[in-house]
Design a binder for this molecule. Structure first.
Ligand SMILES: [Zn+2]
Ligand SMILES: [Zn+2]
Length: 216
């Protein structure tokens, strides 16, 4: 991110122990620009920071009859994170895909980690899938496909995003775990993730569906 050499001061005993040591993806100064969400006071429905009771977005999803995703995100959408997304997704700087791999850790026992896929047209233009890139160090279950939508989510207003039509299809294996964790880069309105969940239900999945994203 800053192109400075990475330093990692390891105690001599650790270096001599023969254990493998791995440099972190980002230097401490770069990582410190980003603001982790305090999970203790995050919205129980969507993981929004500083909202210890159910936020208005989530109250609206609940009023529409949705079972909440109990979404959790690692980082707030601050100016440095917007710059990161612009460089990674906007300009297509794929080197950044592993920037948060140390932080984005999830267990895969008894649950499937299902990434939200790119639209085929976006994939063709960008040359990579940004969500697969971010979570590529985890064992992913590629059970969702996405059709083309007329206007990309990023170019829509908030109201337009909320009325977007379903564009996901799920293809489940014969044996499925009791829980699915949907993975995305950014949670904005929740529309995408609730559509993905509906596609899993339409394919017959009856287990628990929750979600995680890099940013909220
Ligand atoms: Zn740096
Ligand atoms: Zn919420």
């Amino acid at each position: 991110m800053c192109n400075q050499p990475l330093r990692d001061d390891q105690p001599l005993a650790r270096l001599l122990s023969g254990q493998t040591t791995r440099l972190p993806a980002l230097c401490r100064r770069c990582l410190a620009q980003f603001e982790l969400i305090d999970q203790q006071d995050a919205c129980p429905g969507c993981g929004r920071g500083s909202s210890s009771t159910l936020c208005q977005d989530c109250q609206r999803w609940a009023a529409q009859g949705e079972t909440l995703l109990h979404h959790r995100a690692w980082f707030r959408y601050t100016a440095p994170m917007k710059a990161f997304i612009q460089q990674y997704k906007g300009l297509g700087d794929y080197r950044l895909h592993s920037a948060f791999a140390d932080v984005l850790q999830l267990a895969s026992r008894n649950q499937a980690l299902v990434p939200i896929p790119s639209e085929p047209g976006h994939y063709a233009r960008r040359g990579f899938d940004p969500v697969l890139g971010l979570f590529g160090h985890l064992p992913l279950a590629l059970w969702l496909t996405k059709g083309e939508t007329a206007v990309p989510q990023a170019q829509k207003t908030r109201a337009e995003r909320l009325v977007t039509a379903q564009s996901f299809t799920a293809h489940l294996p014969a044996v499925v775990p009791p829980r699915i964790v949907l993975l995305d880069d950014l949670y904005t309105t929740g529309r995408t993730l609730y559509h993905a969940k509906a596609a899993l239900r339409a394919a017959g999945y009856q287990g628990e569906v929750i979600s995680r994203s890099l940013i909220r």
